[in-house]
Design a protein around this ligand. Structure first.
Ligand code: ZN
Length: 126
């Protein structure tokens, strides 16, 4: 590595560190949990064809490995969403929503395509 490349990679590393600590400041432990979910490829994006509408299905961290349907911005079917976010207003979003956003931004979603009818059926069960 040249001196210039070394400097660039250390700049990049410190920018990344700064970004990670901001995310940690905003989301606390949920940030680490969300990164673990993304690392284990736990985020599916189910897209309806031809509309392109989509919903995320995100795996939980408990042993049962249940999966939660979620909209990254507005909704998650998990218990924490209703308890910590809707009821008590203590968090900005749950770890599943955060994992969905992270996975979507780094291109780590498992992409699943279904028909719009299948997607509608899925949504009707939420
Ligand atoms: Zn959730």
């Amino acid at each position: 590595m040249t001196k210039y490349e070394l400097k660039r990679s250390s700049d990049r590393r410190s920018a990344l560190d700064m970004l990670c600590s901001s995310l940690h400041f905003l989301f606390g432990k949920n940030f680490e949990r969300a990164t673990r979910i993304v690392d284990q490829r736990g985020v599916k994006r189910i897209s309806g064809e031809p509309s392109g509408r989509s919903i995320f299905q995100v795996v939980g961290e408990s042993k049962r490995k249940e999966e939660y349907f979620c909209f990254a911005e507005h909704y998650c079917a998990c218990y924490s969403f209703f308890y910590d976010i809707v009821n008590r207003g203590e968090q900005l979003c749950c770890k599943h929503q955060l994992a969905a956003r992270l996975a979507a931004s780094v291109g780590a979603c498992v992409e699943i395509e279904v028909s719009d009818e299948q997607l509608a059926l899925l949504l009707s069960k939420l």
